[in-house]
Design a protein around this ligand. Structure first.
Ligand SMILES: Cc1cc2nc3c(=O)[nH]c(=O)nc-3n(C[C@H](O)[C@H](O)[C@H](O)COP(=O)(O)OP(=O)(O)OC[C@H]3O[C@@H](n4cnc5c(N)ncnc54)[C@H](O)[C@@H]3O)c2cc1C
Length: 404
């Protein structure tokens, strides 16, 4: 019940403060001298959300969060994602939550004080650098980026790409995953090191666009490391455990992502249903056509089925741990963006030209959802996991029932 009250507060904040200021946010970005910093309206909303305690929902209370369980966090993830910059308003961007979680569990006291606390307080931003331009990064065990121990330091060399938020003025540190021992077994080759944004030898490379969007104020950039030297104490966790550590923070992120897709789809439904009742074509509202009501019905079925699956997975994950739901996590990662893309596409179609413009949030939500099919691990990789889990399940069943 306490959580229901919080959910309603987040909903009210989205409806009264975030959605009505979307156009202002876009206008401020379009006229900004510097696109790589929070817009004034975002700053205002972040301060308001924090003052109301609508902040860092899944992080522990002693770190300034609300200490929500996965099941309690899930409905909030949905609502925050009614627009793309929603989670950032509540300091719940997935990268902030996963970097904060990894540091809380594995960083030194000094790193926590200097970097993690200001991150969670919303005073600074961070990013995660895993992907390398010249290495297929779908399988991070292949990463080659060089992290070499030299006395009391680590020295980093290489180019990282697609670092979301790396170009922001507020970004003060990067968690970098790189190879400390390429001769070790695949899952023990990599380590994670914290690199301050101002480190000597670290420079900003190109900033990507994603289907024409630069995703300001966050952006996705190359980071060039040329003999960047950091103290050995900047290691997060143990040497060779970077990959496993990264995997262990993925669970909450995947539920957040799945429920985020539900949120994007629900926003599409809000936009679609109000539009088709108002849009008069040939003397009658668009909603009078069966093709429209059919699209609404299909979308409702798909959203509700997907939400039920994700909530069921979140419940099992909370009760039995991430390993028990490895297959389901992979399923929701494929299922949820795919569903949201279909629902958004229908809403865009019935809006005509408006559905492809800044008049609605639809194309921006669609573009973001499309990136999720690659950005959070390619669909094919997740399907491979789903098939492996299924083949094992079938083999175990055959063995248990004595079938050939
Ligand atoms: C918007 C956006 C934001 C991002 N943010 C970050 C970030 O903050 N930090 C970061 O480190 N990275 C980030 N990334 C990078 C992202 O994680 C990688 O793009 C992703 O892991 C895929 O790696 P790749 O681009 O090297 O593709 P590759 O590994 O080269 O894969 C290319 C394609 O090959 C196919 N494929 C791959 N493996 C298999 C397989 N096993 N079976 C069948 N087919 C396969 C898939 O179709 C895949 O799309 C971001 C990407 C995007 C688009």
């Amino acid at each position: 019940m306490a959580n229901e009250k919080l959910v309603r507060e987040v909903e009210a904040f989205m409806l009264e403060r975030v959605i009505p200021t979307e156009q202002e946010h876009h206008h401020q970005l379009q006229t900004a001298a510097n696109r790589w910093t929070y817009t004034p309206i975002m700053r205002e909303l972040r301060a308001e959300a924090k003052a109301k305690g609508l902040w860092l929902f899944p992080m522990p209370v002693e770190l300034g969060g609300r200490g929500l369980s996965l099941m309690d966090y899930a409905p909030i993830c949905e609502i925050m994602n009614w627009c793309n910059h929603g989670p950032e308003i509540f300091n719940c961007y997935t990268g902030t939550i996963s970097n904060g979680t990894a540091m809380n569990a594995h960083a030194s006291t000094e790193l926590k004080e200097r970097y993690m606390k200001p991150l969670l307080a919303g005073e600074i931003r961070s990013c995660i650098s895993i992907t390398e331009r010249n290495v297929p990064s779908s399988d991070p065990t292949d990463l080659k980026f060089d992290i070499r121990r030299d006395g009391d330091d680590y020295v980093l060399n290489g180019v990282k790409s697609w670092a979301t938020g790396g170009a922001m003025d507020e970004c003060r540190f990067i968690l970098v995953l790189g190879a400390t021992d390429l001769a070790a077994p695949r899952h023990a080759r990599h380590s994670m090191v914290l690199v301050p944004r101002e480190a000597k030898g670290l420079s900003l490379g190109r900033i990507e666009t994603v289907m024409g969007y630069d995703d300001a104020p966050f952006g996705h950039c190359d980071l060039i490391f040329d003999n960047v030297r950091v103290p050995a104490a900047n290691l997060i966790g143990k040497e060779g455990e970077g990959f496993l550590m990264m995997q262990s923070t993925l669970g909450v992120g995947r539920i957040q992502l799945g429920m985020g897709a539900i949120g994007a789809a629900e926003r599409a439904m809000m936009e679609l249903c109000s539009w088709v009742e108002k849009r008069i074509i040939g003397g009658r509202p668009l909603v009078d056509r069966q093709v429209v009501t059919d699209a609404i019905a299909r979308s409702r079925i798909e959203i509700d089925a997907c939400r039920a699956f994700i909530v069921q997975t979140a419940r099992r994950m909370q009760e039995q741990g991430m390993k028990a739901v490895r297959g389901e996590i992979a399923q929701l990662k494929v299922l949820a963006p795919d569903m949201a893309l279909r629902v958004l596409d229908r809403a865009m179609q019935f809006h005509g030209g408006a559905g492809l413009s800044y008049d609605t949030p639809l194309p921006e939500l669609w573009a973001h959802m499309r990136t999720v099919r690659i950005g959070e691990g390619a669909d094919e990789v997740h399907r491979e996991t789903i098939a492996k889990v299924e083949l094992r399940r079938q083999a175990e069943w055959r063995a248990a029932t004595g079938r050939a």
